[in-house]
Design a protein around this ligand. Structure first.
Ligand SMILES: *[C@@H]1O[C@H](CO)[C@@H](O)[C@H](O)[C@H]1NC(C)=O
Ligand SMILES: *[C@@H]1O[C@H](CO)[C@@H](O)[C@H](O)[C@H]1NC(C)=O
Ligand SMILES: *[C@@H]1O[C@H](CO)[C@@H](O)[C@H](O)[C@H]1NC(C)=O
Ligand SMILES: *[C@@H]1O[C@H](CO)[C@@H](O)[C@H](O)[C@H]1NC(C)=O
Ligand SMILES: *[C@@H]1O[C@H](CO)[C@@H](O)[C@H](O)[C@H]1NC(C)=O
Ligand SMILES: *[C@@H]1O[C@H](CO)[C@@H](O)[C@H](O)[C@H]1NC(C)=O
Ligand SMILES: *[C@@H]1O[C@H](CO)[C@@H](O)[C@H](O)[C@H]1NC(C)=O
Ligand SMILES: *[C@@H]1O[C@H](CO)[C@@H](O)[C@H](O)[C@H]1NC(C)=O
Ligand SMILES: *[C@@H]1O[C@H](CO)[C@@H](O)[C@H](O)[C@H]1NC(C)=O
Ligand SMILES: *[C@@H]1O[C@H](CO)[C@@H](O)[C@H](O)[C@H]1NC(C)=O
Ligand SMILES: *[C@@H]1O[C@H](CO)[C@@H](O)[C@H](O)[C@H]1NC(C)=O
Length: 446
């Protein structure tokens, strides 16, 4: 009997050993041995081998068979009872990598969610087999030397949320297939050589917060579908070859605080709906071919800090509603055909930079132009301003640069100007100002 009982005990012990060693309990999941030479590891090591020597030595931690253990820049999912950890992130930003993505075995890295290789010296095409990384949400390849086209297949990556390919040498069109990115929040394609139109389908990106297409060679119009980008906060289209009008639908972008459409070939008038952009801090429309007059409704964007419409063909007057801009620090309307008076009660309490040169403006300059005590730069040359020099200029210590030349200002310079510790340029020439001239020739400010 005793013998039998001992035998039973031994059997039970053996049995529990058997259970422990063969059925992984949730708590001990991380200790599940990783298969030797996983396909992820070999895919990464193969890619490493294609990089230049310096990059390879940088990735000296990439050895062995488990990328989830201490490999530089590699992030993994947490292991669970049912799954061992897999590589989900590659983050090697700004580490001087030199090489291509041409021979990446994307099939073996199909769990990647974030691929961040920005600010390196990677070159060659962006390979279309990236679409094997079906979970990809963040693709950051900015500030490299990638060339060729954006592969249209990329549209298959339906979870794409942040696509950053800016500052490369990409050519060709923005593929229409990106319409599939319904969850896109950031799109950075600026500073490439992209051509063709901005696809209508950008209107599908109803979660888009940042649209950065600046400094390419994009042509055609700004699509009306832009109205659907109701979550947009930053819109950068500057430095392209865009034509046609600014679509009135832009007024629907109520969260945009930064709108830069400068340096294109935009024509037509600025539509009054621009005043519906009630969150605007920065509005840059300079360097286009805009005509017509500035709509008074623009002052609806009353939070504006910086308004630049210079180098266009804008005519008409500066609307009186400009007095509603109480936060304005910089106003640049130079090189247009504006006429009439500057609203005298313009609230310049924060103004630092006031530029209206090369227009046909007349009447007096605003008396309190330096009431803020902050103004540094004033450009009002080449207009028909008359009357006295603004009184507030006399004690305007902040002044760095003042151009009032080629107007019809009157007064006595000795009385009107004071001492300017910061001043480095002043031009009052070609006015009707009285100056004291030496008998020996030459006139001086005293
Ligand atoms: C890249 O790294 C260098 C130093 O390693 C640093 O000075 C620079 O600011 C970094 N650039 C970015 C964009 O992170
Ligand atoms: C995805 O990977 C598989 C296996 O390597 C390959 O046959 C296929 O062509 C890849 N898909 C694309 C779109 O490149
Ligand atoms: C969209 O993005 C959000 C936040 O990034 C994420 O939670 C959600 O799962 C995504 N949906 C799809 C369909 O990708
Ligand atoms: C968009 O996604 C669907 C399904 O995910 C796919 O069948 C289609 O080919 C994709 N379209 C493009 C243009 O990539
Ligand atoms: C995407 O935009 C295109 C062009 O504007 C439109 O035809 C298509 O129906 C849109 N798709 C979705 C899913 O909104
Ligand atoms: C864009 O405009 C510039 C002139 O500003 C011109 O040299 C260039 O050829 C144009 N590019 C396209 C694609 O229209
Ligand atoms: C601009 O606002 C006015 C009044 O709130 C509204 O009637 C109009 O539809 C808006 N326009 C756009 C383009 O949002
Ligand atoms: C300017 O402000 C005044 C008073 O606050 C307001 O009545 C007027 O409608 C505003 N004008 C514009 C164009 O916003
Ligand atoms: C402004 O220019 C347009 C043509 O662009 C012209 O029709 C209009 O009469 C001009 N207005 C003024 C006030 O000069
Ligand atoms: C300018 O606006 C500020 C803020 O609204 C206000 O405090 C100040 O009195 C205004 N100044 C003038 C001259 O209207
Ligand atoms: C200009 O002002 C100075 C200093 O007040 C004065 O001496 C001078 O006579 C004035 N010149 C004229 C022409 O009024």
């Amino acid at each position: 009997m005793k013998e039998f009982s001992m035998f039973l005990n031994i059997k039970i012990i053996l049995l529990s050993c058997y259970i422990l060693s063969c059925v992984p309990f949730p708590d001990s999941a991380r200790e599940v041995p990783v298969l030797p030479a996983t396909s992820e590891a070999s895919a990464l090591l193969k890619w490493k081998a294609t990089l230049d020597e310096q990059s390879q030595s940088l990735l000296s931690s990439w050895v062995g068979s488990n990328p989830c253990q201490g490999w530089m820049g590699i992030g993994c999912s947490k292991a669970t009872a049912n799954a061992q950890s897999v590589v989900t992130n590659i983050q090697l930003r700004n580490v001087s990598l030199v090489g291509t993505l041409l021979h990446v075995d994307t099939w073996s890295l199909q769990n990647i969610v974030t691929l961040d290789l920005g600010w390196n010296a990677l070159f060659g095409n962006i390979p279309s087999n990236l679409v094997n990384m079906t979970q990809l949400r963040i693709l950051q390849l900015s500030f490299n030397k990638f060339s060729g086209v954006i592969p249209p297949e990329i549209g298959m990556l339906k979870y794409m949320s942040e696509l950053s390919l800016n500052d490369n040498d990409l050519v060709g069109h923005i593929p229409d297939s990106i319409r599939n990115f319904t969850n896109l929040t950031l799109l950075y394609l600026s500073s490439n050589s992209l051509e063709g139109h901005i696809p209508d389908s950008i209107g599908n990106f109803t979660n888009l917060a940042v649209l950065y297409l600046a400094k390419n060679s994009l042509t055609g119009r700004i699509p009306n579908s832009i109205r659907n980008l109701v979550k947009l906060s930053q819109l950068y289209l500057f430095g392209n070859n865009l034509t046609g009008p600014i679509p009135p639908e832009i007024g629907a972008l109520k969260l945009v605080y930064m709108c830069d459409l400068s340096q294109n070939f935009l024509t037509g008038a600025i539509h009054s709906t621009i005043g519906n952009m009630t969150n605007l801090d920065y509005l840059y429309l300079y360097g286009n071919e805009l005509s017509g007059s500035i709509p008074p409704e623009i002052a609806g964007a009353r939070t504006l800090i910086d308004l630049e419409i210079s180098d266009n063909s804008i005519n008409g007057t500066i609307p009186i509603s400009f007095r509603n801009f109480t936060r304005l620090e910089r106003l640049d309307l130079s090189n247009n055909q504006l006429s009439g008076l500057i609203p005298q009660d313009m609230n310049g309490t924060r103004m630092k930079n006031f530029q209206v040169s090369n227009n046909m403006l007349s009447g007096p300059l605003p008396h309190d132009i330096c009431a803020s005590g902050l103004i540094q730069l004033i450009g009002a040359a080449y207009n028909s301003f008359s009357g006295p020099v603004p009184k507030s200029l006399k004690n305007c210590n902040s002044l760095i640069r003042l151009r009032l030349d080629s107007n019809q200002l009157t007064g006595n310079i000795s009385n009107d100007f004071g001492i300017y510790p910061e001043l480095n340029y002043i031009d009052l020439s070609n006015n009707k100002l009285l100056v004291r001239c030496r008998a020996t020739g030459g006139c001086v400010l005293i």
